[in-house]
Design a protein around this ligand. Structure first.
Ligand SMILES: Nc1ncnc2c1ncn2[C@@H]1O[C@H](COP(=O)(O)OP(=O)(O)OP(=O)(O)O)[C@@H](O)[C@H]1O
Length: 253
C-alpha cells in the first residue's frame, strides 16, 4: 500500500491552473522529493497534500483512505505531519516548549480541561514534556532543550521544526524546503537526519530546491513543470530525462 497518493489532483487560482491532474504515490518508507522550476506548483501541491488547501479536482489518499480536503489537525491525527518553509517557531519560548506545542496538534482541543485543575492534567503535562524531550534528542537538540529558541542557530531551528512535527508520531512527514537558508554544514546535518528518519520507517515527502541534496537523499523524484508531472522516477533517471533538462534550462527537447 502507498503511504500518500495524489490522484488527478488540481487547483486553479482565478485563471491560473496552478496544479493540473497530478498523480503520484509514495512508498510506505523512504524519501520522495517534489522538484520543479519556480512557479511549477510545488508549494500549492504540498498545501493540498497537507490539508492547507482543498483540491479543486482529484483525491488525496493516506494509507489508502480518502482524506481529500481534511484539515491539517485531522491529518495529524491520522499520521501526517508537516513543516513549513517559513519557520513557525515561537522565539520567546524554549526549544522544549516549541516541541510541546506540536503535541497538541493531533488533539481535539478542550480548553476547559486545561483551565480547570482536573485530575490527570498534570500527569498529561509531564508526559508531554517527556515526549518533547525525546523528540529533541531524536533530532540532536537534547542539549539545548531549555534554551530560548531565539538563541538557536538557523540549522538548529530547522531541526526543531522537525522535532515538533515528529512529536505527533507521524508515519508520513512532509518537509517544505528543509534546506532553504541553510549553509553546507547545516544542510549535511539535515540530510543525515532525514535519511535516519526514513531508515526508522517514515515516509518522507519533501519539496526542495537544493539539487545536490535531492539527488543524494531521495529514493524517488517527482518533477513538476507548469502544474503538471513531467517526470517521476529514480534520481539518476530523472536527472537524465530530456524533459526535465528542458524545464530547468529552457532548452527545447
Ligand atoms: N494563492 C495564490 N493565488 C494566486 N495564484 C497563486 C497562489 N499560489 C500560487 N499561485 C500561482 O500558482 C502557480 C504555482 O505556484 P507555487 O507557489 O505552487 O509554485 P512553486 O513551484 O512552489 O514555486 P517556487 O519554487 O517559486 O516556490 C504560480 O503561477 C503562482 O503564481
Amino acid at each position: 500500500m502507498s503511504a500518500l497518493a495524489a490522484e488527478g489532483v488540481g487547483i486553479d487560482f482565478g485563471g491560473v491552473r496552478a496544479v493540473d491532474n497530478v498523480s503520484f504515490t509514495t512508498a510506505e518508507h523512504g524519501v520522495t522529493a517534489i522538484i520543479g522550476p519556480n512557479g511549477a506548483g510545488k508549494t500549492t501541491l504540498f498545501n493540498m497534500l497537507s490539508g492547507v488547501y482543498r483540491p479543486g479536482r482529484g483525491r488525496v489518499r493516506l494509507f489508502g483512505e480518502d482524506v481529500t480536503g481534511e484539515p491539517p489537525h485531522r491529518l495529524a491525527a491520522r499520521g501526517l505531519s508537516r513543516t513549513f518553509q517559513n519557520l513557525q517557531i515561537f522565539f520567546q519560548m524554549t526549544a522544549l516548549e516549541n516541541v510541546m506545542v506540536g503535541n497538541h496538534l493531533g488533539e481535539r482541543h478542550n480548553v476547559w480541561r486545561h483551565l480547570l485543575p482536573l485530575p490527570g492534567v498534570f500527569a498529561e503535562e509531564k508526559a508531554a514534556r517527556q515526549a518533547a524531550r525525546k523528540e529533541l534528542q531524536h533530532v540532536g537538540l537534547a542539549d539545548v532543550a531549555d534554551r530560548p529558541a531565539s538563541s538557536l542557530a538557523y540549522g538548529m531551528l530547522k531541526r526543531l521544526e522537525i522535532a515538533r512535527a515528529l512529536v505527533a508520531k507521524p508515519r508520513v512527514l512532509l518537509l517544505d524546503e528543509p534546506a532553504a537558508g541553510c549553509n553546507a554544514t547545516e544542510t549535511e546535518a539535515l540530510s543525515a537526519l532525514i535519511r535516519r528518519l526514513a531508515g526508522e520507517g517514515l515516509a518522507i515527502v519533501l519539496v526542495e530546491h537544493d539539487m545536490a541534496m535531492v539527488m543524494s537523499l531521495s529514493d524517488r523524484v517527482v518533477v513538476l513543470d507548469q502544474g503538471r508531472v513531467i517526470a517521476d522516477g529514480a534520481p539518476e533517471a530523472v536527472r537524465a530525462d530530456p524533459a526535465v533538462r528542458a524545464a530547468y534550462l529552457g532548452v527545447e527537447v
